[in-house]
Design a binder for this molecule. Structure first.
Ligand SMILES: CC(C)(COP(=O)(O)OP(=O)(O)OC[C@H]1O[C@@H](n2cnc3c(N)ncnc32)[C@H](O)[C@@H]1OP(=O)(O)O)[C@@H](O)C(=O)NCCC(=O)NCCS
Length: 188
């Protein structure tokens, strides 16, 4: 952690009023994290308005568990989790019930423990929904894979996918032993 933000940071369940911030974080972090990994036209073509519609519908549907991380009352990151998509090979898939679909922290607030706290909150919510173990899919070239490895994820599979006409590899990370979100290591 580069500075002590524990006193002013917290993670909570997302609500409808968070949708504009979630859409902005989604667009900002995609453009920053995926430059050079995904086609420029995909990143420049992103729209906060479309993202607001998507996340507003997702929240209203209620199948995803969504959390936001706040610093001093401003939303700085978010995560969405729910039932695992059936993307893993049959040898792994039966063991996998939950998935963290999305985990993004604004570039200026990264490396302060928010990503870990959001992941822990998502794990806790999936455990309460009886959706363990948990998988996360990440672009295989995304440095975020080291974050997941650092936090105990085990690489269990890969798949090819495409976006904007470009093909890329995604890697699956699995957690069978879910860390206790109440422990100091997993809190902010
Ligand atoms: C990946 C991401 C969510 C991590 O969130 P964060 O708030 O920056 O991470 P944290 O501060 O909670 O880091 C927790 C630990 O992981 C480590 N870590 C974080 N990012 C890392 C990385 N890229 N490589 C290696 N370790 C990393 C931190 O050093 C910290 O280690 P510690 O045990 O010494 O404290 C965030 O950087 C992000 O949003 N990235 C861009 C979007 C993205 O790629 N999201 C993932 C899509 S699948």
């Amino acid at each position: 952690m580069t500075e002590d933000v524990r006193s002013e940071a917290r993670v909570r369940i997302a609500h409808a009023g968070d949708v504009p911030a979630i859409a902005r974080i989604y667009v900002d972090t995609w453009r920053s994290a995926y430059a050079g990994l995904l086609p420029d036209r995909v990143l420049t073509g992103m729209s906060e308005t479309r993202q607001q519609a998507y996340w507003g519908e997702t929240l209203a549907r209620g199948t995803d568990t969504m959390h936001v991380a706040e610093i001093a009352g401003a939303v700085a990151g978010f995560a969405a989790a729910g039932p695992a998509r059936p993307l893993l090979p049959k040898s792994v898939e039966p063991a996998c019930r939950g998935e963290v679909y999305t985990l993004y922290v604004l570039p200026e607030h990264q490396d302060r423990g928010l990503g870990r706290a959001l992941l822990a909150a998502s794990f806790g919510a999936l455990a309460r929904r009886n959706m363990l173990p948990v998988v996360v899919w990440v672009l295989a070239d995304n440095p975020a894979r080291f974050f997941y490895e650092h936090l105990g994820g085990r690489r269990v599979g890969e798949r090819q996918s495409s976006l904007g006409g470009a093909h890329h590899l995604e890697a699956a990370y699995l957690w069978t032993d879910i860390p206790c979100s109440g422990s100091a290591r997993w809190s902010i």
